[in-house]
Design a protein around this ligand. Structure first.
Ligand code: FAD
Length: 827
């Protein structure tokens, strides 16, 4: 098996060694700059609270596995997990509602939990001041990871299996040749390696720099305190580190608690963010590292903790009889979106990272990385942690610093799924931005882009809009970041014509004599078509899981324009192109360019789109002139445009692409010409509803690498007749009908109850699936939700969606709901 070097013997690195050994790999070296018995990273002092519930399915499943694994890791009859359960309490109505929503996530991902009344919280946790709390969420399988002990047991068991550990040795360089790692450099020489995995925790960015890779994490200090013995706790917990009460979160005050024998441990996020500059951290002689002196432990700043101490004495009055005995400011990693960072460098093959990982997710992520290395794919989707998910602008030190600190501040806040960052904003704007602002655009942010969700200028239309288009009132939560104006924009799109800004959609240009070969290998479609053809196709992994869905327009023999999902796709294509070019002959040469920033796109859609466009263009936009799923060069209002006959909203029209410098002129030409046709600018709120009515899947929510094309209802995009493509072998014999679960369209029976996504779906009172996407369908006049459901649930069956603890009746319905015969699209 390949020679592997793992940098870092914390909870992640040692778990990774263990997961690789389990899979039969045996040529593994783990290096740490600190002594192995106490390396001095974040794990060395982690209090180890594991709350498994997470909005991300993958993160929840990683936590679940960590619990199972640490429970099974035992020595002398004692395991590395103390399953005391987890209790999160609410002192506000907003929090209580949020805990109900959180229970929904738990149910969606298969974790048992229960909402407790104030009295039940008190019964479970007698030390709590029940006067202040309204209720809580109890998850019995949560608990305490004994992380430092787990590391020692993992070292012992993997060493016995042949893993080599080297302590007190810093990695100072990464050796490479022909863009492949060949080893790591240390003061004692080079250690050869075919694969290097950096599990360096909050040093991750520094190790990344050794090969020029941006690792967007920021080390921040977080306060942790141990009290003197609490009289009420006397004699309750046997072991020095013993605990019996559930781990406790008091998120309304940014605090968490655990027992340490008779003492209490208190963690606080209630203080100012304290970013740490690694260059100022000082150097630690390995021999001087101890429990109280280690790089991840900064001096305590009592003044930052005082408000937390007051809040503690309020919620846990018994602690008034104790004092702060020992406190420190402990360092760990934060990232721009709070997620972990996992994946392989796109520039240097064989260099992987697994960083910004909590103890909570450590074994799960280590297993995922081991699967990635050994099998080429993790069974649990890694999209939420993929290191390539960030855009270039999100990798700048300024962005990483500001957003990571923001994540620290907001870590326990109740956040709406659409809630935008307030800063940094206006990082990327499309050429239509000035016009959008004139029209009163309401902007949310995504991938650094300002994206209009609706336009205040369209509020007037609500007066003319026929009654049947009027949507039902929303509840407070689903009404946030939403406007009734979206209904008017949907109405106009379906009955007149609308302009949508599609600029933020990732665009890649794949060109060169080897372009077709590359795309044929990576996609499920047959792209050997004449120039002008556009194809909707999938990228699969070897196991047949959906990596992405893209559109590919063949612009010339050797040039293809791709509409992709984000930078995970960019990294995938860039790496594959590099390999083909390096390993092939001259005819295999292929280049991938991200053209998103230099270009722009307007989606001009609606039944009057053709009438409009023929007043500003002499090109033929008839069905014969530009068929459905065809592209051609045209001139519109004097601007050269690539027009593609496609529509995510399911109406007649085109995606109109031009260079960014020409964008505003194109917008103005269409806008002016559109006035007699009642053209409007429409935003993403209407867009999301219209795409769901049409049944178009969105990658990342409706499908991930955990789903194959048949389960996702995308079998039509797979051309099994094509000679070969990645994932083909795995799909042999699979069918939609034969799938054990299917992505189903649900419509809400009462016509008004909205859900937002990730809610659990119950069938015969069993949680059998979860909502992937949801929206109110303005033209079909009911809320729509998509969900993966077992094959046994069939069309017409009744299911229930749980929303804030309330069950909403829904029916499994044939999709698409809108224009199933495609008469409007092809019209
Ligand atoms: P680390 O444990 O930091 O290990 C990285 C290792 O890499 C270090 O040992 C370091 O010496 C080594 N290294 C770095 N650079 C090099 C190099 N160039 N050469 C050689 N070796 C190198 N998480 C939870 O899930 N629950 C909690 O309750 C919790 N509480 C926390 C409380 C505090 C006060 C803090 C600070 C963190 C807490 N965390 C908690 C977070 C958790 O501790 C970390 O996320 C986790 O321990 C990270 O593990 P790791 O293996 O990635 O990193």
């Amino acid at each position: 098996t390949p020679r592997i070097v793992i940098i870092g013997a914390g909870i992640v690195g040692t778990n990774l060694a263990d997961e690789l050994v389990t899979r039969g790999w045996n040529n593994i070296t783990v290096l740490d700059q600190g002594p192995l018995n106490m390396p001095g990273g974040s794990t060395s002092h982690a209090p180890g609270l594991v709350f498994q519930t997470n909005p991300s399915k993958s993160m929840a499943l990683f936590a679940k596995y960590t619990v199972e694994k640490l429970l099974s890791l035992t020595e002398d009859g004692q395991s590395c997990f103390n399953q005391v359960g987890g209790l999160e309490v609410a002192t506000t109505e907003t929090r209580l509602a949020d805990l109900k929503r959180k229970l929904g996530y738990a149910q969606s991902w298969g974790i048992d939990g229960k909402i407790l009344s104030r009295e039940e919280c008190k019964a479970l946790y007698p030390l709590i001041n029940e006067e202040d709390i309204l209720g809580g969420l109890h998850v019995p399988t949560d608990g305490l990871a004994l992380a430092a002990r787990a590391v020692q047991l993992l070292i012992k068991r993997t060493e016995a299996a042949g893993v080599k550990y080297i302590g007190n040795t810093e990695v100072t360089g990464i050796e490479q040749s022909n863009r492949r790692v060949t080893g790591v450099e240390t003061a004692d020489g080079v250690i050869p390696a075919d694969i290097v995995v950096s599990c360096a925790g909050f040093w991750g960015a520094k190790v990344g720099e050794l090969i020029g890779m941006s690792v967007p994490l920021l080390p921040l200090a977080h306060q942790y305190v141990k009290t003197t013995p609490v009289p009420a706790q006397k004699g309750k917990n046997e072991l020095p580190n013993g605990a019996q009460l559930p781990i406790l979160r008091h998120q309304d005050q940014d605090l968490y608690y655990r027992e340490h024998g008779e003492r209490y441990g208190i963690g606080s996020y209630a203080h100012r963010p304290m970013p740490v500059d690694l260059d100022e951290l000082g150097s630690y002689e390995p021999s001087s590292i101890s429990e109280h002196n280690m790089p991840s432990r900064l001096d305590f700043t009592l003044e930052d903790f005082l408000p937390a101490w007051e809040a503690t004495k309020q919620i846990l009055p018994a602690l008034r009889e104790s004092e702060i005995e020992d406190g420190f400011n402990g360092i760990f990693s934060f990232t721009p979106d709070g997620g972990s960072l996992v994946g392989e460098s796109k520039e240097v093959d064989g260099f992987f990272v697994a960083e910004a990982v909590w103890v909570t997710h450590s074994a799960g992520i280590a297993r995922a990385v081991a699967e990635l290395l050994v099998d080429g794919k993790s069974k649990i989707d890694l999209g939420d942690c993929d290191i390539h998910r960030f855009e270039e602008v999100q990798l700048t030190p300024e962005y990483v610093s500001e957003t990571s600190q923001q994540n620290f501040v907001e870590i326990y806040d109740v956040l709406h799924p659409l809630q935008p960052k307030l800063s940094p904003r206006n990082l990327r704007v499309s050429p239509f931005h000035a016009r959008h602002k004139q029209l009163g655009g309401y902007f949310l942010e995504g991938a650094g882009w300002e994206r209009p969700y609706w336009f205040e200028a369209n509020a007037e239309l609500l007066k003319e809009m026929p009654d049947e288009w009027q949507p039902p009132a929303r509840d407070a939560w689903s009404g946030m970041f939403s406007s009734p104006i979206a209904a008017a924009e949907a109405w106009k799109t379906r009955t007149a014509v609308a302009m949508y800004d599609m600029t933020p959609l990732k665009r890649l240009e794949v060109s060169g004599p080897g372009a077709l070969k590359l795309l044929q290998e990576l996609t499920t479609g047959d792209l050997a078509k004449k120039p002008g053809a556009v194809t909707y196709t999938l990228l699969l992994d070897e196991a047949g899981g959906i990596r992405s869905d893209i559109t590919v327009a063949r612009l010339s023999e050797d040039t293809f324009q791709l509409g992709a999902n984000g930078n995970i796709d960019t990294a995938y294509f860039e790496r594959a192109a590099r390999h083909q070019t390096e390993n092939g002959s001259a005819g295999d040469w292929v280049q991938v360019r991200d053209t998103t920033g230099g270009t722009c796109c307007i989606g001009l859609w609606g039944p009057l789109a053709r009438d409009l466009i023929s007043t500003v263009s002499n090109d033929d936009f008839s069905n014969d002139g530009l068929k459905y799923f065809r592209a051609k060069k045209v001139t519109i209002g004097g601007v050269t445009v690539t027009a593609m006959r496609l529509s995510y909203v399911g109406e007649l029209g085109w995606e109109l692409y031009t260079s960014a410098d020409n964008g505003q002129r194109l917008w103005d030409a269409l806008w002016k010409a559109g006035q007699p046709f009642g053209v409007i600018a429409a935003g993403r709120a209407a867009f999301s509803s219209l795409r769901l009515e049409k049944g178009y899947r969105s990658w990342g929510s409706d499908m991930t690498t955990e789903h194959d094309p048949y389960e996702a209802g995308l079998g039509f995009a797979v051309k099994m007749a094509k000679e070969n493509f990645i994932g083909k072998a795995a799909l042999e014999g699979r069918t939609e009908e034969g799938s054990a679960r299917r992505l189903r369209c649900l419509t809400v029976d009462d016509g008004r109850s909205l859900v937002l996504g990730k809610e659990p779906v119950f069938y015969k009172d069993q949680a059998v699936g979860y909502v992937t996407s949801a929206a109110y369908g303005y033209s079909v006049r009911k809320p729509i939700a998509y969900a993966y459901l077992p094959a046994a649930v069939s069309l017409g069956d009744s299911v229930e969606i749980e929303y804030f603890g309330r069950r909403i009746q829904a029916t499994v319905t044939e999709d698409p709901l809108y224009d199933p015969t495609m008469s409007r699209l092809r019209g």
